[in-house]
Design a protein around this ligand. Sequence first.
Ligand code: MRU
Length: 358
Amino acid sequence: MKIEGKEYRTIWFDDKNQVVKIIDQTKLPHKFIIKDLKTVKDAINAIKVMEVRGAPLIGGTAAYGIVLAIMEKNDPNFIKQSSDDLINSRPTAINLKWSVDRMMKKLSGVNNNEVLKVALNEAKEICEEDIKFCENIGLNGLKIIEEIYNKKKDTVNILTHCNAGWLATINWGTATSPIYHAHKKGIPVHVWVDETRPRNQGANLTSYELNEERVSNTIIADNTGGILMQRGEVDICIVGTDRTISTGDVANKIGTYLKALAAHDNKVPFYVALPSSTIDWNTKDYKDIPIEERNSEELSHIEGLDENNNVKKVLIYPKKSKAMNLAFDVTPAKYITGLITEKGICEASSNGLKKLFY
Ligand code: MRU
């Protein structure tokens, strides 16, 4: 998708300089900086500090992390240790483990002097596949937006949480892909963007990328969605997910669950968009999903532009206060109208998922 009119992906391999390039998302929206990842440590750090974030993108970064490890030291012990470190860099998004496992499986038994070539091809393939999947999610989700538009004959108001946009994937996004497809087709859409405290991925990333694609959007405080739904100002909610378990329960950015409850109470359809790389077929109980707890500084401090246009970080809490920063919550399947995947739309249930994927 575009930034200042130029097409980008969130991650790519620079063949000439033999480095991985990323858009540093910790600097957005105020600065657009492309950063080089040269070592597997760089890739692990980029995932941890969220220079790259969003389930599919951290999967893609981990795949390139394996490539960087091989470039540093083509030694099976080092590659295995690096794969474990990559998997442990963030706990909730299953795409991370999915992609590292896929890379390691592909490399198993490969001749030492072929390993780098095979790894690089597979990392590129993981990213290409994600783009195709996200595009298909968009085409499938477009049908739902079209249906609403055909009934309403007026702007379709869509609420989304966090950033499940193209910046969270390699291109297109998951939740935003149906929105971009509708917009490109000329259907009038407007997006209510949850700010998504504490890291403000909604305000800083979703609104930013929608602006760049000229999709009408309004940032709202995280607590505003409920009243908008009561007023009939939300036609549909579409969010992403970091891990959808075999029962159809969905882990996503903290606050998603409360949006689903409000949507349920107001009979607003609540959809979750995901590529199959986000499905955790092994977990049967949502209580077994590891929920990331991040540094409470993400809550107590806030970053923005000062009067001289310099980025500044300030403390907004009382100095003596404690804060707790859980990064994800789980939305039970019963509150989800449907899962929008690359293969089609299904019920959020083990039957629904099985019918689509087996
Ligand atoms: O902590 P983040 O920014 O990595 O969390 C991202 C989300 O919760 C997204 O909604 C999710 O990864 C889906 S991305 C298409």
